[in-house]
Design a protein around this ligand. Structure first.
Ligand SMILES: [Cu+2]
Length: 164
């Protein structure tokens, strides 16, 4: 009986953790890392997630490493007064003490570069390692999701140059 109960608890814990799709290292929680499906000819894809820092010390996301993708950068999309959006490479994404930073289309994002011929498909998973300045390294998985109508067209990465 005792063993049965332990097994049931273990299954419950495993299931709820998988559904939550959150990751934790020290005071940093990474929520729902995802990327959208890409066109067959796309060279780049965007990665999004929410980063929460519950400590009273600031941290910085320095780097995202993906074994199977040649280059991964951190980008910020900004729209100027003429409505022209441009992306600039960031040396890191600061996560202030006690604050939550959301990477989303049209703002801060992870840029997966050099996808040529290897598009993201819905249901695929991209294993990655996040490197934080203070909290250290954290293995996460980006879920590839369908691009919703709401997100579509918010940011067009198709003319983004691979070499910048
Ligand atoms: Cu970008």
């Amino acid at each position: 009986m005792k063993h049965l109960l332990q097994a049931a608890v273990a299954v419950f814990l495993t299931t709820s953790a998988a559904m939550a799709h959150d990751y934790k290292v020290g005071p940093i929680t990474v929520m729902h890392p995802k990327a959208f499906e890409t066109a067959k000819t796309a060279k780049v894809g965007g990665g999004y997630m929410t980063l929460e820092n519950t400590s009273d010390t600031a941290d910085t996301l320095l780097e995202v490493r993906v074994a199977k993708i040649p280059r991964v950068e951190l980008h910020l999309t900004e729209t100027d007064e003429n409505g022209v959006a441009r992306m600039t490479k960031q040396d890191g994404i600061p996560i202030p003490a006690g604050e939550t930073v959301t990477l989303k289309p049209g703002g801060l994002h992870v840029m997966f570069m050099g996808l040529d011929g290897n598009p993201f498909k819905v249901g695929d998973k991209v294993d990655a390692t996040l490197v934080f300045e203070t909290a250290g390294e954290l293995d996460i998985t980006f879920d590839i999701e369908a691009r919703s109508a709401k997100d579509h067209g918010t940011m067009n990465h198709s003319d983004h140059k691979d070499a910048d």
